[in-house]
Design a protein. Structure first.
Length: 226
């Protein structure tokens, strides 16, 4: 019997060809992609702090626009960071400063890994994209991390798969990390592969604000993030 999960790998290869990214790690959502990307950047620092008196109060600050999807600061918290908010008008993508992580949920186009919407060159960056039905690719759900780091690629693939290696039974697993249940289902990848084949080469960033499906409020005013 053929491996049904091969289509996930096929979709990831197609994403690399379309976006220009050396690696693409698919996930269940863009929110999970952001959580894993932040987790990768913070994991060593948090492991060191776990042995000190300042943990967990010294969670690293991650700065994002105050008007964005509410799941973004929640993903930062789950990944071990502390969200702070800046007043920024953004289009298509924005950086989770000071990390080399970009939220590109509202922007997906060909060769995007080679050049951001604002003209900045990409280098050692992680771009997190969304495939939600309301986004450019428009399948039922899903996301991906576009990046160029072989070491990060190995960790991210284990982290999205409950901390273990794909294709290895849990009883036979020799190496473990603390992971997440964020592996893209084969049927989602198959739908993405079909849609991607017919997607235009150029896609403008999706608008947000009054009159759109995403009129983001000021997250800095929410008590939960104070």
């Amino acid at each position: 019997m053929s491996n049904p999960f091969q289509v996930v790998k096929d979709f990831e290869r197609a994403l690399c060809a379309y976006t220009g990214a050396p690696f693409a790690v698919t996930t269940t959502s863009c929110t999970d992609a952001l959580k894993l990307a932040v987790n990768w950047h913070l994991k060593d620092r948090l492991a060191q702090q776990a042995h000190g008196d300042d943990f967990p109060w010294a969670r690293p600050h991650i700065d994002i626009p105050k008007r964005t999807y509410v799941g973004v600061p929640m993903a930062i918290i789950h990944a071990g960071g502390r969200p702070t908010f800046r007043d920024e008008e953004w289009r298509g993508a924005y950086q989770l400063k000071p990390l080399e992580v970009w939220d590109c949920a509202r922007w997906f186009t060909s060769r995007m890994y080679l050049k951001l919407e604002n003209g900045d060159r990409i280098g050692d960056q992680m771009l997190c994209v969304s495939f939600h039905w309301s986004k450019t690719l428009g399948i039922q759900q899903g996301g991906a991390i576009l990046h160029d780091d072989p070491e990060a690629d190995r960790w991210l693939r284990m982290a999205r798969f409950d901390g273990r290696q794909e294709g290895v039974a849990p009883k036979d697993q020799k190496e473990w990390i603390i992971g997440h249940h964020a592996y893209m289902a084969p049927e989602t990848a198959a739908a993405g592969l079909v849609r991607l084949r017919n997607l235009p080469r150029h896609n403008d960033p999706l608008p947000w604000g009054p009159g759109t499906d995403s009129d983001y409020g000021d997250l800095s005013q929410l008590e939960i993030f104070r």
